[in-house]
Design a protein around this ligand. Structure first.
Ligand code: CAO
Length: 467
């Protein structure tokens, strides 16, 4: 007999009484694993509740307008196949849906956007408490926390007009500054889809370019981007192709990546760190603890050393807020984790106060949780600096995209033994390539290079962490 799964509202942080603004399923509907059952939206955040398993919806236990908190019942699903996550073989197992990189997104608009929020905007609070973090692509993590550098809206506030769009689409529109009332809908029952929003933005971007007879010169006054139209190519003309829909995470993260790429004047700086001694120490400790469960990872050393470097150079642990710089006195370090769903960025809170063993164990646990798609929004929010380590895979350098509203991100590639001149002879030294991308509005080249040199010095001689 098929298993009946009770889906409940997952950990949504300190939210209570959150309105249900959309319910996507009805009794008898077939639902795929991770398909959205319903959406919650508070004044600061939105989140889809995904189905933990594929199956048939047997009961819908909430409706639009209900106000819910963690643990509230969402639906009963008759699982198509036995649910792996279900405890024991209970026929009435209760499962709390894991929010899979959806949009528990802080939406604290900059004053400019707050003033011009249209009917589609749902946020008015200045407090940003949680951030969705998800990713895709080669530089694939995103914080969707709205920032002081949010794009200006396409036009000023309009009278509220009802639009039919999911919260994730409305969030996308907010981030791109699109007034949804102007976007033609192509979804069922007049629903505006993410593709409609991106198509509208594309056409808005292409219009001035087309009108300018192909001139690549920027628009007068420097406002807006004058871009050539996106190439429209019928690829099938050139050979066989498959069209595969982008994953949910990629769709959601794409807008944030594009925003960060276009809006942050980032420069990437490179430095080599001599980690010969660090690696010997790490291996020695791991040998000593071979029977225990502590394994010191390189990532733990990177986090620890980054916090020390951030303490020395606080501008790299900041965010822009209009004309002010918010210098954070906390050190919450995000790290990019590669998962089957895409890249996500779990956050280690107060990393400065944690030992190497604690950092290694917490990062390992968070990475496992990320791979299982079980990270709660709170576990992906609030980072003040991010590390993206490709060291376990390879590479010699890359240019990570700054994860707004942070101002800097550290990229790490694979350490390699290199000959280093010691004044008399070449010595083999284990060399770790570091790549720091930093927002030039906050961090100039000298500061970035001092930060990287300091970080490399800490990694080369861990005793410096004690200073
Ligand atoms: N140089 C050489 N070897 C390295 C290394 C480096 N910089 N970093 C890790 N390694 C080694 C590790 O020591 C480990 O070997 P041992 O088992 O012998 O110790 C092996 O590579 C695998 O490490 P790992 O990368 O799986 O583990 P980690 O703790 O170092 O990293 C995590 C954890 C979550 C960062 C990693 O698993 C991951 O997901 N990385 C990908 C992140 C990513 O895709 N970033 C790009 C985002 S787009 O900018």
């Amino acid at each position: 007999m098929s298993e009946l799964i009770e889906v409940r509202v997952p950990d949504i942080g300190d939210y209570a009484d959150v309105p249900v603004i959309d319910v996507y399923v009805a009794v008898g509907d077939a639902i795929a694993a991770d398909g959205a059952l319903a959406t919650l939206e508070s004044d600061k955040a939105t989140m889809d509740i995904p189905a933990p398993v594929a199956g048939i919806v047997r009961e819908v236990l909430l409706k639009v307008g209900d106000r819910v908190a963690q643990g509230a019942r969402v639906a009963l699903i008759e699982a198509a196949a036995p649910a792996q996550a279900a405890p024991a073989a209970s026929a009435d197992a209760a499962i709390t849906a894991a929010p899979v990189a959806t949009s528990m997104a802080a939406t604290a608009p900059a004053p400019a956007t707050a003033a011009s929020s249209s009917a589609v905007s749902t946020s008015s609070s200045p407090a940003a408490v949680t951030a969705q973090v998800s990713g895709s692509g080669p530089q694939a993590f995103v914080s969707s926390a709205a920032t002081a550098i949010a794009p200006p809206p396409v036009e000023a506030a309009a009278a509220p007009v009802a639009t039919h769009a999911s919260p994730s689409v409305r969030k996308l529109a907010r981030e791109l500054g699109v007034d949804l009332t102007r976007v033609p809908a192509s979804g069922p029952k007049g629903r505006i889809l993410a593709d409609d929003v991106t198509a509208w933005v594309k056409s808005a971007l292409q219009a001035p370019a087309a009108a300018e007879t192909g001139s690549p010169a920027p628009a007068a006054g420097g406002a807006g981007l004058t871009l050539a139209p996106w190439p429209q190519v019928d690829f099938a003309k050139y050979g066989p192709v498959d069209s595969v829909p982008l994953s949910r995470i990629k769709k959601m993260s794409g807008a944030n990546l594009a925003r960060n790429w276009v809006m942050i004047p980032a420069v990437t700086y490179h430095e080599d760190a001599d980690i010969t001694a660090l690696e010997e120490f790490r291996q020695q400790i791991n040998r000593e603890n071979a029977k225990g469960n502590i394994k010191l990872t390189l990532l733990a050393f990177l986090i620890k050393s980054s916090v020390a470097a951030l303490q020395r150079f606080p501008e790299l642990n900041s965010s822009l807020d209009g004309d002010a710089l918010i210098l954070k006195k906390y050190y919450h370090i995000g790290f990019a984790a590669d998962t089957p769903h895409g890249l996500v960025v779990p956050v280690i809170r107060d990393a400065g106060g944690k030992s190497l063993a604690e950092l290694a164990s917490e990062a390992g646990a968070l990475a496992d949780k990320a791979r299982a798609g079980k990270l709660a929004p709170a576990e992906m929010s609030g980072a003040s600096f991010t590390i993206s380590s490709l060291g376990g895979i390879g590479g010699t350098a890359f240019s990570p995209i700054v994860n707004a509203p942070e101002v800097a991100i550290l990229g790490v590639n694979k350490a390699a033994m290199k000959p280093v001149w010691n004044g008399e002879t070449f010595e083999p030294r284990l060399t770790l390539p570091l790549s720091l991308s930093a927002d030039h509005r906050v961090v100039d080249g000298a500061l970035a290079t001092r930060f990287l040199a300091h970080l490399a010095g800490l990694l080369a001689d861990l005793r410096r962490l004690l200073l």
